[in-house]
Design a protein around this ligand. Sequence first.
Ligand code: BJW
Ligand code: ZN
Length: 249
Amino acid sequence: MISDRLRNVLRSAQSVAAFTGAGISAESGVPTFRSKGGIWTKMKPEELASMDGFMKNPDLVWEWYAQRKRIMADVQPNPGHRALAQMERLFPRFAIITQNIDNLHQRAGNTVVHELHGNIERNYCMACGKRYTNEEVLASAGVPRCSACGGTIRPDVVWFGEMLPEDAWDASVRAAGSADLFLSIGTSTVVYPAASLPTIALDAGAMVVEINPETTPLTSRVDEFLQGPAGTVLPELYDAAAAARKEKA
Ligand code: BJW
Ligand code: ZN
């Protein structure tokens, strides 16, 4: 399953970037967006994950986030997340670039995590910017109101039409552009600008490996496609990396 070429790159790589999407958390019990049975087979993305959607139907959008906040607070990192945390210790530079908002990489032990689409544990007032914890906003039913100014509170996530956080984006572009090995894991690679990161890595000469049970628009351009669930493939990749780097030492 692991080619000689990949084994050689695992042995020599100084810098690794792992780009993750909803698929890596699927085996923890967090629903994906676009897979079979995913959230958006039932609802249009713009109706839930956009400012327009929130303005038109605040109760529906807030209830969707409240439900996902509860799910994400209860789930645990899976073997895929844990393998990436172990891999961080094998390479001089190792960055997670995640589109996920669920904190599971941090909870698995990764220390360099660039969050492109925000974080489900944070919330802020759209009028005055005051920050709120999930405990505070989930205490009462319905869309929460700011205690300081009465404004509407929203989750600190990136909706369609909104800019990505500049620091996380800049750090992700640097990590993709300087990686010897770039892993694209559990993402459909259809949401931009995040989906341009594998191309940045390819153009800069990285070996790009995709890990997904299904093909995506990226698949035909990667150096290797490891087809399967992240929770199975990533522990195998970690074992191969640990063995290769032990040989080297
Ligand atoms: C497994 C598995 C297992 C299952 N193991 N794998 C250029 C071209 C076209 C459009 C645009 C463009 N540039 C910008 C746009 C517009 C838009 C966009 O990209 N639209 C396209 C969809 C058409 N982008 C934006 O609006 C972005 N902002 C922006 O561009 O700002 C500049 C700007 C400002 C103003 C005007 C114009 C431009 C913002 C995008 C924000 C995305 N936000 C969301 C919601 C976050 C909060 C929340 O969670 O509620 O982010 S949308 C949603 O999609 C979420 C995800 O992070 C993101 C990506 O989804 P992901 O992670 O790939 O999940 P899935 O479900 O799609 O795929 C799961 C995969 O896992 C599948 O492949 C499965 O097979 C696999 N899988 N089991 C491994 N066990
Ligand atoms: Zn306020």
